[in-house]
Design a protein around this ligand. Structure first.
Ligand code: FES
Ligand SMILES: [Fe+2]
Length: 379
């Protein structure tokens, strides 16, 4: 994030702290609750949001060396990521080209040289090229080159691996991320490594979990036993870069900005920048690390969160490991509180008690999320 934006954020924050205010939209936003329970709506979201957009499916550090592989099944379609012998990253459908068996069944691995289908042992290299067919005389006339694995656009950014789960060679990832991508690059997350990865199933619509990450209004109440004392009550700045957004959740320590020179100060010392990357990812930037969480639907009333921390380097000592364990646990503990709330909200929506949800003027990022989504779904 450039210096001018940091100063601008700190100025806005300081004004809000003094006035007891926060960034707000002109009006409240109402959306209908049916969109959290309707199977047809979910089918449309899966078809568009979870097929046509870059999705964070893994962490770069899990694929840092040639021979590393990762599989991903949270989309309901099997994906395979590989780092080939030349160091190139690839994404494929994890589907054998013979008769469609799942090619790699492990969650991940390292030191691989070839991928052997468990059904009839068709063998591929890590660049997805079909290299071997047992009893090949039975496949006379079959062109191997036409039976390479089906490749998907893939890119690494901010320590994460993004895939567009639709066949194709290229996608303008940088153009898609735009300003939020430039901000995130500036935090140097690309060289960070994964710590404490978790995959958590939650009985709530995926959008409820997303919304929990997009406003700070709930922090004082829902997180009173954990992180609330650290944060100012309902003070945030919010910038929209449609379809994405960036927010700044102010900490109590921002009181010290009163009367201080802002030049040279880092926003990371006075609050947490939070980036929403459309459609299903939030990255929370903390003083010395970041945490990422991607949310995948598993039905109208169920979703899976894939997340973890990005730390500057692998812990070299037991003490360092404990430091990060403690730090990252705070993040997961707070999220547990959000997930519990999410389950309760889903059953509330199921009850039919409410026909709509009302987002307050300072829950604007939730409203932006729905607005961007509505436009993507109707395009
Ligand atoms: S389905 Fe993979 S080798 Fe037959
Ligand atoms: Fe929360």
């Amino acid at each position: 994030m450039d210096a001018a934006t940091q100063i601008e954020w700190l100025e806005r924050t300081r004004r809000h702290m003094a006035a007891g205010s926060t960034d707000m939209e002109e009006t409240v936003t109402r959306i209908e609750t049916s969109r959290y329970v309707d199977p047809a709506r979910l089918a449309l979201e899966e078809k568009i949001l979870f097929r046509r957009y870059p999705l964070a499916v893994s962490f770069s550090s899990k694929l840092s060396r040639p021979g590393d592989i990762v599989t991903h099944d949270l989309l309901g379609i099997p994906l395979l990521l590989t780092r080939d012998q030349d160091g190139r990253l690839h994404a494929f459908f994890n589907v054998c080209r013979h008769r469609g068996a799942k090619l790699v069944w492990e969650r991940g691995g390292c030191g691989k040289r070839a991928l052997v289908c468990p059904y009839h042992a068709w063998t591929y290299d890590l660049a997805g090229r079909l290299r071997g067919i047992p009893h090949e005389e039975g496949f006379s006339g079959v062109d191997r080159a036409q039976h390479n694995l089906v490749a998907l656009p893939v890119a690494e950014a901010f320590g994460l691996v993004f895939v567009v789960p639709q066949p194709g060679d290229s996608y303008d990832f940088t153009g898609f991320f735009g300003q939020v991508g430039r901000d995130l690059e500036s935090f140097g997350l690309g060289s960070h490594v994964l710590h404490d990865e978790r995959e958590i199933g939650i009985q709530s619509n995926w959008k409820i979990v997303m919304e929990g990450g997009l406003e700070t209004y709930h922090v004082r109440y829902a997180h009173k036993a954990t992180i609330a004392p650290m944060f100012a009550d309902n003070v945030a700045v919010a910038d929209r870069f449609d379809p994405h957004a960036r927010l700044y959740f102010t900490k109590q320590v921002a009181k010290q900005l009163e009367g201080a020179a802002l030049e040279g100060k880092s926003v990371r010392d006075y609050g947490n920048p939070l980036y929403f990357i459309f459609p299903n990812l939030v990255i929370l930037v903390q003083p010395d690390h970041a945490t990422a969480m991607a949310v995948y639907p598993r039905g109208t009333d169920e979703c899976t969160v894939l997340g973890g921390a990005l730390i500057p380097e692998p812990p070299a000592t037991e003490k360092a490991r404990l430091h990060w364990d403690r730090n990252v646990k705070i993040f997961w503990d707070a999220l547990d509180e959000d997930f519990q709330m999410g389950r309760a909200i889903q059953s509330g929506f199921r009850s039919g008690a409410n026909s709509h949800v009302t987002f307050g003027r300072f829950e604007q990022a939730c409203a932006w999320f729905h607005d961007s989504m509505d436009r993507a779904l109707s395009a």
